[in-house]
Design a binder for this molecule. Structure first.
Ligand SMILES: Cc1cc2nc3c(=O)[nH]c(=O)nc-3n(C[C@H](O)[C@H](O)[C@H](O)COP(=O)(O)O)c2cc1C
Length: 192
């Protein structure tokens, strides 16, 4: 039996992301990030395939991604607002981790299970940042789904895709929690 961990349970009952737009420097150190990434890699993973990987994006890399997003958005014919959203995600960020789904061919774990494990890695990374006292948010946005961006900005292999960008930093302002679903709406108890 695992030991009860009320502090961990309390964290899970109260955790909330911090809007990426409000995140500012300072950001976690490399040593802190290594701890968070170790936690993120400790997720259920059928077959032990590690079907995900992490690309840590420091400030100069984020500036480069902002430039690529602006160029891609223009090439795709997006309007200024949409280009600005894609570019701004990187232009205003001080630190982000791109979580990359890197599926393997496996008899044991179909791709959907590998995708679920990748989502779990994203949540664990957000939670590890929050539990370390940093603000964090999991964002996608159109650059996450644009193949040209993924290849030019992140050099992804053909089978890989972006599960999300986890932005981290110091919260600029306190925000209230968002509404959470009522249990009676989402839970069915089956006694027999
Ligand atoms: C897969 C995924 C993609 C998301 N992409 C965005 C996004 O592009 N922009 C955004 O504002 N929020 C996005 N969100 C929502 C943020 O993560 C949001 O901060 C989160 O829902 C807050 O929930 P929490 O407080 O329970 O962590 C996304 C969430 C998920 C799960």
């Amino acid at each position: 039996m695992p030991d009860a961990n009320p502090a961990a349970l309390d964290f899970l009952l109260t955790r909330q992301s911090v809007s990426a737009k409000t995140l500012r420097p300072p950001v976690p150190s490399r040593a802190e990030l290594e701890t968070m990434l170790t936690a993120a890699a400790r997720v259920p993973d059928h077959g032990g395939l590690a079907p995900w990987r992490f690309i840590v994006l420091e400030r100069p890399a984020l500036e480069r991604l902002a430039r690529i997003a602006a160029a891609r958005g223009a090439a795709l014919g997006y309007d200024a607002e949409k280009i600005g959203k894609g570019e701004g995600q990187f232009a205003r960020s001080s630190l982000a981790v791109a979580v990359i789904a890197s599926p393997a061919i496996s008899e044991k774990a179909p791709e959907v299970e590998q995708t679920l494990s990748t989502g779990a890695a994203c949540v664990s990374l957000v939670n590890a940042a929050l539990a370390s006292g940093w603000g964090a948010a999991w964002i996608t946005g159109w650059p996450a789904f644009d193949r040209g961006f993924a290849e030019e900005a992140l050099s992804l292999a053909p089978q890989e895709w972006v599960a999300g960008f986890v932005h981290m930093g110091t919260p600029g302002s306190a925000v209230g929690d968002r509404p959470r679903p009522a249990l009676d709406r989402i839970v069915t108890w089956v006694a027999a």
